[in-house]
Structure formats: C-alpha cells, structure tokens
Design a protein around this ligand. Structure first.
Ligand SMILES: [Fe+2]
Length: 207
C-alpha cells in the first residue's frame, strides 16, 4: 500500500489504454507502427511530463489545466509540449477505429454539408490541410462558433487554446506513418480518412 501510494504521487499521469488492440487498424496502420507510436512516443511524453512537473506548481494539476496554464509561455515550453502531446495522442487514437470511414452520422453529415458543401469536400479539406502542414503537426476537424472548420497545428499545439472545440484529429508527424508509408503522408492521410476515421467520435464531441 505504502509503495503504491508513493508510486502514484511521483507519477500522477498515466498512459491511457489504447481503445483497441495493437493490430486493430492493420493494414492501414500496422501493429508495428502502433507499437512504436503508442508504446514509445505516447508513453515517452507521459514519462517526461511526470519528471518535468515533479515538485513544481503543476505537480497536482490535471492534464488540461497544465496545457492551458503553460500555453504560449516560453519558459514552460517543455512542460506544454509533453502535456499537449499526451492529450493529442489520446484524442488521435479515439479519432480512429477498425472499419471506420464511410458515411458520418446524420447530425455530423448535415454540419459538413452546411460548412463544406459535402462529406467528400470536408474529407478533401482535411487531406489538403494535412499536406499544407510543413513539418510535424496535427490536422483537426473543429467546431468554431457552431460551424465546422479544418485547422492545423504545429508540433504539439492544440486548437483549444484559440477557442475552438476539437472533434477529431490526424497525427501528421512522420512517426505516425513512416514505417508503413515512408514519406508518403498523402497516402497515409487518405487511407485513414477512407478506412479508419471515427465519425462517431467526432459526433459525440459535437454535443
Ligand atoms: Fe504522434
């Protein structure tokens, strides 16, 4: 008991479990990629954050609070980057599912038609913006004043700090696709949009 308590207070942030098995997204995203991306990168951000916040004013804060309190502060960049990357990756895993893609639920579809003209136009915008992100980052479907928008962020940045509500995201860091697609980001993004994207998750986030 004592030992467990000690471990808990020294490491407040825990790597969230994947919402599916390592091989559930295969062959679009292989178990090998998930092994590195979840098991090394995502876990690494959790381990780093726990080390960085130990003994600081951030030690007992929930993840979202750490993100909002450190965003844009030059002397807190390392804490922000690791905290935001934990959040981004947890959100990314939920943005996909086995046998995803296809037709979005009616409420999301209607919003896509209002904002982009059609579901295909929304997907095309996500793919275009994913390619427009120079270097590492994220592409997002967001709700901005009741309208859908596609947004991109660099490195660890999140859309919440600019007042937008994220509905889903695609990781466009090379570590997300290099083992399966080498440098072909466009092929990775279009395969995710066609075969894995979790429109149900985006619809839940509308509410
Ligand atoms: Fe990643």
């Amino acid at each position: 008991m004592m030992n467990n308590d000690k471990i808990k207070s020294a490491s407040p942030h825990v790597l969230p479990s994947l919402p599916y098995a390592n091989n559930a997204l295969d062959p679009v995203i292989s178990a090998n990629t998930i092994g590195f991306h979840y098991g090394k990168h995502h876990k690494g951000y959790v381990d780093n954050l726990n080390k960085l916040v130990a003994g600081t004013e951030f030690a007992d804060l929930p993840l979202e609070k750490i993100i909002t309190k450190t965003a844009g502060k030059a002397d807190k960049t390392a804490i922000f980057n690791n905290a935001a990357q934990i959040w981004n990756h947890t959100f990314y895993w939920k943005s996909m599912r086995s046998k995803g893609g296809g037709e979005p639920p009616a409420s999301l579809k209607q919003k896509m038609e209002t904002s982009f003209g059609s579901v295909d136009a929304c997907k095309k915008e996500l793919a275009t913006v994913a390619m427009a992100q120079f270097g590492s980052g994220w592409v997002w479907l967001v709700l901005d004043s009741n309208k859908l928008k596609v947004d991109k962020t660099s490195n660890a940045d999140v859309p919440m700090t600019t007042g937008m509500k994220p509905l889903l995201t695609i990781d466009v860091w090379e570590h997300a696709y290099y083992l399966d697609y080498q440098n072909r980001r466009a092929d990775y993004v279009s395969a995710v949009l066609d075969k894995l994207i979790n429109w149900d998750f985006a619809t839940e986030n509308l509410g």
